[in-house]
Design a protein around this ligand. Sequence first.
Ligand SMILES: [Zn+2]
Length: 454
Amino acid sequence: MPLRILSAEWVVPVAAPPFRGGGVLVDGEQIIGVGPAPELLRSAPGTAITDLGHAALMPGFVNLHAHLELTAMRGYLEEPRFMPWLMRVVSGRRRLGEEDLRASALAGAVESVRAGITTIADIGQSNHGFHAMSQVGVRGVFFQEIVCLQAEDVDQVFHEFEGRIAPLLDRQSKRLGVGVSPHSPCTVRPEMFERLMTWWRASPRPVTIHTAESIAELEWLKNGTGDFASLLGGTDFPPDPPGCSPIAYLDRLGLLEAGPLLAHAIHTDRHDIELIARHHCAVAHCPKSNAKLGQGIMPLQAFQAAGITVGLGTDSAGSNNVLDIIDEARFCGLIHRASNRNAALLPAGELLRMATIEGARALGWQDRIGTLEPGKQADLIAIDLSRIGLQPIHDVEAAVVFASAAGDVKFVMVQGEPLFKAGRMTSVSEQETALGLVKAGMRLDESTASAPEP
Ligand SMILES: [Zn+2]
């Protein structure tokens, strides 16, 4: 592939301060230079320049926590109580056919790319998230999910999990990896964690888990009370609660040995944070999902002070309702400043680091992506700054974080391959994808109307 220069009025490398009138020199899939456009041209005379105009050229965003296959549940889960919300996710998912899940995952992948997300940590019970990411060309890790409530189901559930993950392991690539996600401490039996860790020790892979997300989870693990107690009452889940925090319980189960990416981690104390730091776990902070479900605010400053890597996740469209990391970064900054009554917290540049390089670090990919630097993969985006609501540009990082929106993203490239340019996705028809999503949404409505919820 020939050399190319992508230039824009602003370059925001994240690894260095923003500067004007620069660009990125790309050789195939790799960045080989970042600097003023004339300098790049001097180092590679005759190279074609694509000028992205009045825009901010920057590394693509990393979404550390998504469920692409649930995109059809946008607006379907407007349920204020956590446990009925979770039950509605489960029943709604059962109502979607394979074709609906496929369309839903593809739509989620397209929405993500349109929002400048170039790397996704996606969790799914089907494999449609993996295939959707592959079809659209986005980078990521697909985590195959495990839920197991009954002792008698452990063998069967694990067997099915192995059957689902096996074909994906053969299809891994430089762009797309595969991992496993035991759903949460309250929806996966201890025996299954044990089985999973034996499997993991033989062949270590990325692991992610929802944890310390809800008040219900905390109540059940600590005291055996609350909503999970009623849910698990109908199962043969171990009747005695562990009597500790979710993080301490995961440590006791041995899962922290795998250094899992912890999604949410809201209800954590000093001891939990020490455990997380000691096991070098990273955290997917999902402030919008947590706020929308009324579950609390993750103690971000304590995590950062302990040296824990924290990136951002949207969670699914069912709880957020948009797969938009710019919006997540903005909300993250605002909610922590408000709750700490401290406007000095989380300046725009730091929020951009959380949305890019810290997300990359959480996946162990900090040497490959997350900044514009020579030697890194050409995963980059351009955000159009010409809209009146963004003008004037006094501080380009503040413009991106506090004034721009997903719809301002005008160019997206992964591994040197453009995925979105000139207003169009390069690999799929957006119209057909949207139609599939609407049909999947209609299926949810129809089946909800015809069958009462369990
Ligand atoms: Zn989630």
